[in-house]
Design a binder for this molecule. Structure first.
Ligand code: GLU
Length: 387
């Protein structure tokens, strides 16, 4: 069979592949500790589920507008105004199949062959592949743990060429958990404005912050940056709604209309009754979000203590999301080999740094229960000692 080169050149998503393998091993009766996909282990809060059930009973089972239910677009616009100081109106919002589709849509409607997209590494592994699927060129800026895995304005400026169209900013970051302080966001915004490029701000982890870290949406820095910003987010991480597939982007109307056109020819609307659950998520009590954040904070401490106790492993202290990005170079193993052997020999699932553009590291998600965390850390220690 001949596959189109556009798909043949792209690898499968390793986060999804490793998570699926771990689940299949569990289904086979193996005792697997899965630190792979970033998926909260909590159930979706009851009020959100109740709203979706009610919508089902009320017959919200039909096609809806490709850009999303008007009531959800309005609720998202209010959330962005209130929480993020971003002056979006409902027509600036598009509801998508998870945050992932908002990024895919955007890149499809904005990027074409010859265009460059700047992506700091370590990056979430789908960004460069989405750029390639659009025929564009990812331009990677490597960062170091010693620099907190954050780029400087000078690094951003140096990566910009006349072909640069878009800069991808992700804070809090997947896979490192680092958060750009507001002053650094402002400095990056200045470079974007002076260089006349666009920025997409992936804010899916904005609610998961620790140690007093502050999230500043880059679009809120000034009217100049606001007009060249796309804000992307979703419900999966903060509300534990990974399987619901509800995300969104907010952007200038012309872009939103182009993205809606793409959805009109591809996926159509996001599951109608799921969108009513999302409205309840935004409009109901935010207490469940804080309860889950506090649980993640405890788990972060458990995993950081566990890693610190394993000779040869180290990681910076993340102040957002639910990942630790661990330096494994002392083992002399490539990250792919490390993760394959760790899963086969000790039934611990982790994602190789190579998938995130950072060889010599692995990512562990600690969005998992404390018993599995303790057990997985014990096995990781034995694995490293055995090398
Ligand atoms: N974004 C999550 C992760 O990085 C879920 C899997 C995926 O979509 O990549 O683990």
């Amino acid at each position: 069979m001949k596959l189109a080169s556009r798909i043949a050149q792209v690898p499968a998503s390793m986060t999804l592949a490793i998570a699926a393998k771990a689940k299949a091993m569990q289904a086979d009766g193996l005792d697997v500790c899965s630190f792979s996909a970033g998926e909260p282990d909590f159930d979706t809060p009851d009020a959100i589920k109740a709203a979706a059930k009610q919508a089902l009973d009320a017959g919200k089972t039909r096609y809806g507008p490709a850009a999303g239910e008007p009531a959800l677009r309005a609720a998202i616009a209010r959330k962005l105004q209130h929480d993020n100081r971003l002056d979006y109106q409902p027509e600036n919002v598009i509801v998508t199949n998870g945050g992932k589709q908002s990024l895919y849509d955007l890149i499809q409607v904005m990027i074409e062959p010859g265009d460059e997209v700047i992506i700091p590494a370590p990056y979430w592994l789908s960004y460069p592949e989405m750029v390639k699927l659009a025929g564009g060129t990812p331009v990677i800026i490597p960062t170091e743990a010693s620099a907190g895995y954050r780029i400087t304005p000078a690094q951003l400026r140096a990566a910009i060429t006349p072909r640069t169209q878009l800069f991808v900013l992700n804070s809090p970051s997947n896979p490192t958990g680092m958060v750009y302080p507001p002053a650094e966001i402002r400095a990056l915004a200045a470079v974007v404005v002076e260089s006349d490029i666009w920025v997409v701000s992936d804010e899916i982890y904005e609610k998961i912050l620790y140690d007093g870290a502050e999230h500043l949406s880059i679009g809120a820095v000034s009217p100049d940056i606001f007009s060249r910003t796309i804000t992307s987010s979703g419900f999966a991480k903060a509300y534990s709604m990974t399987g619901w597939r509800v995300g969104y982007a907010a952007a200038p109307v012309e872009l939103v209309q182009a993205m809606a056109k793409l959805q009109g020819h591809s996926t159509s609307n996001v599951c109608t009754f799921a969108q009513f659950g999302a409205i309840a998520a935004l409009e109901g009590s935010q207490e469940p979000v804080e309860i889950m954040r506090q649980a993640f904070a405890q788990r972060r401490q458990i995993i950081l203590d566990g890693i610190a106790a394993i000779p040869g492993l180290s990681c910076p202290r993340p102040n957002g999301a639910f990942y630790v990005f661990i330096d494994i170079r002392s083992t002399g193993m490539a990250s792919l080999d490390f993760c394959a052997a760790l899963l086969d020999e000790f039934q611990v699932a982790a994602v190789p740094g190579a998938a995130f553009g950072a060889e010599g590291c692995i990512r562990l998600s600690y969005a998992t229960d404390t018993t599995s965390l303790a057990k997985g850390l014990e096995r990781l220690a034995k694995f490293v000692a055995s090398r």
